[in-house]
Design a protein. Structure first.
Length: 189
């Protein structure tokens, strides 16, 4: 018999990392001239940092035309941020041919399961875990389906990373929460 967890996990998407490719090179010096606020120090790092306020993100732009956007709080926001960066570049005379292809690379989320977790017990029962409390206070759990990595803490808080879609985050956290309850590894005050 399947039962629902005693409490609902509170899940927050913290960062969505998306990559995009323009399929042609970009003149980063021209971008720097058009956008004085862009950060470009090729002697330190080959990418130009292009920040926008809405959505609040930072996009690395490389000479190859490849881009990496970080800081978005959803898949939609990440895609919109990349579109906005491309639109801004075009509007300032930077040559952009065709449409960029945007892919979500990683979603990082935090969650609170609202209960105390026995990490020693979780290490034995969950499998695919690494727990060395002398080195790190959390348990590292590698979930197969969906394929994510979860850092689980005794406080009931966790960090989920490696998801490619927001649905995978919710699926992974809820699946782990259910398993912790079924195995009686989580305790509520």
């Amino acid at each position: 018999m399947i039962h629902l967890p005693k409490s609902k996990a509170i899940i927050n998407i913290e960062n969505v990392v998306a990559s995009a490719s323009l399929e042609h090179t970009i003149d980063l010096d021209a971008v720097t001239k058009a956008f004085p606020t862009a950060e470009y120090r090729p002697e330190q790092f080959p990418g130009l940092v292009f920040r926008i306020k809405k959505p609040k993100t930072a996009t690395l732009i490389f000479h190859s035309g490849k881009m990496v956007c970080t800081g978005a709080k959803s898949e939609t926001q990440a895609k919109k941020a990349v579109e906005r960066v491309v639109k801004e570049l075009k509007s300032h005379g930077i040559i952009i041919m065709g449409k960029q292809k945007t892919l979500i690379q990683n979603i990082v989320a935090s969650a609170n399961l609202s209960g105390r977790i026995d990490l020693e017990e979780a290490t034995y029962r969950l499998g695919r875990t690494l727990y060395e409390p002398e080195q790190f206070p959390g348990l590292i759990y590698r979930m197969d389906e969906p394929k994510v990595v979860i850092l689980l803490f005794a406080s009931g808080k966790l960090v989920c990373t490696g998801a490619k879609m927001e649905d995978q985050v919710y699926q992974a956290v809820n699946k782990l929460h259910q398993r912790l309850e079924d195995e009686k590894i989580i305790h509520y005050d």
